[in-house]
Design a binder for this molecule. Structure first.
Ligand SMILES: CC(C)(COP(=O)(O)OP(=O)(O)OC[C@H]1O[C@@H](n2cnc3c(N)ncnc32)[C@H](O)[C@@H]1OP(=O)(O)O)[C@@H](O)C(=O)NCCC(=O)NCCS
Length: 132
């Protein structure tokens, strides 16, 4: 079950827009990475780097003034890597009760030592946790 406490939540500002006037995908990617890292820390990692962002899907646009929540869920723990699914929901500016599932992604982080070398995760299991 996904932790309903968001890993991060942010209100989108005019500076975050693309030339079309909606929120720039790169801004969402940055928050996705932050939220996934928070999910990795909640999952037991101590110091992580991002190894891979798998399929990122932008389902719906995000608008200035939307309150955007990034929910993180551990889907796999390997020996040194941890994979987090991040689901993004926008509470719309014009009606906070209107919630849109705007984006999702799966991101793999590697637990590293201060020199940047992979080190084992506490409780690493090397199995997919999804659906368990
Ligand atoms: C991520 C990084 C530490 C992996 O180093 P490496 O020497 O290739 O590590 P290894 O081959 O021993 O793999 C370590 C773990 O990472 C996983 N991994 C490595 N590359 C991966 C990839 N592209 N996708 C998913 N997992 C990957 C391995 O499966 C392994 O997981 P496991 O221990 O749970 O089985 C290294 O590539 C790196 O520092 N990359 C840059 C990270 C960075 O700066 N990110 C910020 C973006 S600029």
């Amino acid at each position: 079950m996904r932790d309903r406490q968001p890993a991060t939540r942010v209100m989108m500002m005019p500076r975050d827009t693309n030339p079309a006037g909606t929120i720039f995908g790169g801004v969402i990617l940055s928050y996705l990475d932050q939220a996934g890292a928070e999910g990795a820390y909640r999952g037991g990692a101590h110091r992580v780097v991002t190894a891979a962002m798998k399929e990122v899907v932008f389902h719906e646009p995000v608008f200035v003034g939307d309150l955007v929540s990034f929910y993180a869920e551990v889907v796999r723990k390997g020996r040194t890597s941890i994979t987090i699914r991040v689901a993004v929901e926008a509470s719309r500016r014009w009606d906070r009760n209107e919630i849109a599932k705007v984006t999702e992604a799966e991101i793999t982080y590697v637990n590293v030592n201060p020199e940047g070398h992979p080190v084992p995760l506490p409780g690493g299991t090397d199995r997919r946790l999804e659906g368990s």
